[in-house]
Design a protein around this ligand. Structure first.
Ligand SMILES: [Zn+2]
Length: 120
């Protein structure tokens, strides 16, 4: 049994840690309406945990634990500890889980409405 990452989509074993950053380029508009873009600035001062993902280097598929992305090292370990069967099963159960979540959310909304006496 191999202990490590194997993409459930493409089978690759190369893993990347993807971090989202804001990339901006100043816009220069010339009198002749020519538009030019200046040097790129990468702003990674604002970092959010939710903007970090473990992704497959080959196909870019994000590692998911149920319906949430794996963003921390602890998530990665949790993912790696699952058997390939669990990972595959998880993919198939994704939709069911989402429906459950939505129903729970709806229930909460109704409960809130009752409490505040807000009639929509
Ligand atoms: Zn892949």
């Amino acid at each position: 049994m191999s202990y490590g990452f194997t993409c459930t989509k493409c089978g690759s074993s190369d893993l990347d840690y993807q971090r989202l950053a804001r990339v901006t380029e100043p816009v220069i508009i010339h009198p002749d309406e020519r538009v030019e873009y200046g040097p790129t600035t990468i702003d990674n001062t604002e970092e959010f945990e939710a903007d970090r993902f473990f992704v497959c280097r080959e196909c870019g598929k994000r590692l998911q634990i149920w319906n949430r992305p794996a963003t921390k090292e602890a998530d990665l370990i949790e993912y790696l500890r699952m058997t390939p069967e669990q990972r595959t099963k998880m993919l198939h159960n994704d939709l069911d889980y989402l429906v459950e979540q939505m129903e729970a959310e709806l229930y909460l909304q109704k409960a809130k409405t009752r409490m505040t006496g807000n009639d929509w």
